[in-house]
Design a protein around this ligand. Structure first.
Ligand code: ARG
Length: 578
């Protein structure tokens, strides 16, 4: 249950009863300071201004009509017309006890679920996945999990780069290797060096370059032999990516691949349509669209080329075709793109043009959820020591190795257990470090801080979960059994309960705005609230009454379940012991 919305609904009906027109919002938010209650409704001020009334008088009128029943113990008006709501302790205690036995914490699915297409990861298949693909992959996957949890029908679209001129060169190289008896899998084991070989052949060997060019044409005209080589290359490259997704605990699989090549047949049709609609016009042999909507300061329209003068199509053309497919075939109501901020203009052009051409109905929302770069400690884009791009496979392997060093000797774990913990901690650290930063800014990738057990880090969050579990182990109580009702007396108990109660609000917010750091921050506050609670409110000490012990255990259990749910929604595993 989303308590904030529940309160807002009650305030709205009180506003209505007080004669406030429905265009005025309740504006309910959590209070920053417990002195002012747990929630504040700030809508009276704006409404009073609009209605030319005294804001405190209007606030009073709203409160007179407000029924929050047993949810609130006190409602007061403060300052110029804030309505402060203090939650009732026994209501809160009852609510937490109720949700604490359910793994979903009774968080309801949406009453109006949507079909949402999420475009994320989308590496270029000519090369191996590198750090540049990390952010899209893990941010996109976290949002996918959140949306699915809330009941949306999510369709993942991995818009891989599997077409274009470079494939001519790569196929020519592959053919060369295979003609020498080498297996395709072996030749493409290291895509990075394969690409380099192909490129140097292309640059130094005229005959090879000609073959490569010829293969591009053959590929485009559907030559069976060339297509077969291309498919071989494509499928091996995809299987490399699949290994990365597995290691990263990302939910993408081969069924979600719908790359650039998928739209080939639609491209000429699409260009024709844009011509018919008089949106596209010829310019020096190319087909271009001029968008006055995106004009620059000088008033010059933004120019999008949709077909080159040699007949070739572009990145934008494919993206337009993809939008059409997503709207018409996938029936998307929302389309989310997780692509870095350097492609903002590209997406603006594509969205504007797609709307103009009526490929997208008004109600369908097109959303670019952009993000910044991953930087090294020197604040320049993250590179290897030698200055090259960092392969994702190497980065993840290093993460697990480093995690294994950090946890070495912490407890007596078997070899097998150690491996699992190192995996979860290493991968969790990399993911959490990224997800916990506001995605729109660049961030510094720093091994030491992300693997620290202190602060807002993956290991700290996983450890907080294990810590709660250890209380149950010490008490020799099965966390999965119902233990007790809850009573809330100490302020630390209340604080913890409130943080648990707010989780659905946060999850719904993330589903709306696709900023996962909000969830990280909330989980961090929750974990910290547990540590404070545990210090102030002993559970296992001998002078604690049996009822109090049981109540506090039940509250701790709700906390553990919240941490687990929240981290799982971010794609991070928790462990009972670490
Ligand atoms: N392959 C592209 C790249 O590596 C990303 C594709 C993102 N998705 C899209 N629909 N344009 O930059």
């Amino acid at each position: 249950m989303n308590i904030r919305n529940l309160i807002a609904e009650h305030i709205k009906s009180a506003m209505k009863a007080a004669g406030v027109p429905s265009k005025f919002q309740a504006h309910v938010a959590p209070s920053k300071n417990p002195k002012f209650g747990d929630y504040q409704a700030n809508g009276a001020m704006a409404a009073a201004k609009g209605l030319k009334m005294n804001p405190r008088d209007l606030a009073q009128k709203i409160v007179d009509h407000l029924t929050l029943d047993d949810i609130a113990s006190k409602i007061e008006i403060a300052g110029p017309g804030f309505i402060n709501i203090h939650l009732d302790h026994s209501w809160l205690a009852h609510h937490i006890a109720n949700i604490s036995n359910d793994d979903r914490l009774n968080i309801a699915k949406k009453t109006a679920p949507q079909t949402v297409v999420v475009d994320y990861s989308a590496p270029n298949l000519a090369k191996e996945m590198h750090v540049g693909h990390l952010r899209s992959t893990i941010i996109g996957d976290a949002i996918v999990r959140v949306l699915e949890f809330l009941g949306d029908q999510v369709i993942r679209q991995n818009h891989v780069g599997d077409w274009g001129t470079q494939f001519g060169m790569l196929i020519a190289e592959l053919e060369l290797h295979m003609s020498e008896g080498e297996q395709a899998e072996l030749a493409l084991k290291d895509l990075e060096s394969f690409y380099k070989q192909a490129k140097s052949h292309f640059d130094s060997d005229e005959a090879f370059a000609n073959t490569a060019r010829e293969y591009v044409v053959k590929l485009q005209s559907g030559d069976a032999k060339i297509l077969k080589l291309w498919q071989q290359f494509r499928s091996i490259s995809l299987s490399h990516n699949q290994e990365i997704y597995q290691t990263l605990n990302v939910t993408l699989n081969n069924d979600h691949v719908c790359g650039e090549s998928f739209y080939n047949d639609d491209l000429p049709v699409l260009v024709e349509e844009l011509k018919e609609q008089k949106l596209a016009q010829e310019d020096q042999g190319a087909q271009v669209v001029k968008l006055a909507e995106l004009a620059n300061k000088e008033g010059e329209p933004s120019v999008v080329i949709i077909q080159k003068n040699d007949g070739g199509y572009l990145y934008s053309t494919t993206d337009l075709a993809a939008i059409r497919y997503r709207v018409n075939h996938l029936k998307a109501q929302r389309i989310l793109y997780f692509i870095d901020d350097r492609q903002s203009l590209h997406l603006k052009q594509v969205y504007t043009l797609a709307r103009k051409a009526q490929f997208v109905p008004k109600e369908t929302s097109l959303e670019h959820h952009a993000f910044g770069k991953m930087l090294g400690k020197d604040k320049t884009p993250f590179k290897t020591r030698a200055g090259g791009t960092v392969k994702l496979a190497d980065l993840l392997q290093e993460a697990v190795e480093r995690a294994s060093n950090v946890i070495q000797g912490r407890e007596n774990f078997s070899e097998q257990e150690m491996q699992t913990i190192a995996n979860n901690v290493g991968i969790g650290a990399v993911k959490y470090a990224d997800l916990s930063k506001t995605r729109t800014t660049d961030y510094v990738f720093d091994w030491e801080s992300m693997l620290s057990f202190e602060g807002n880090t993956g290991p700290y969050m996983q450890y907080a979960y294990a810590r709660v579990c250890s209380v149950f182990d010490k008490a020799e109580i099965d966390m999965d059994k119902h233990i007790s009702t809850i009573t809330i007396d100490a302020p630390q108990e209340k604080d913890l309960a409130i943080k648990i109660m707010r989780l659905p609000e946060i999850i719904e917010q993330v589903a709306d705005d696709a900023y996962p750091h909000t969830l990280c921050s909330h989980l961090y506050e929750l974990a910290s609230a547990f540590m404070t609670f545990y210090e102030a409110c002993p559970i296992l000490k001998s002078d604690v009454s049996a009822e109090q012990k049981a109540s506090r255990l039940q509250l701790s259990k709700a906390c553990a379940k919240s941490l687990k749910l929240g981290l799982n929604l971010l794609g991070i595993n928790v462990m009972r012991k670490m």
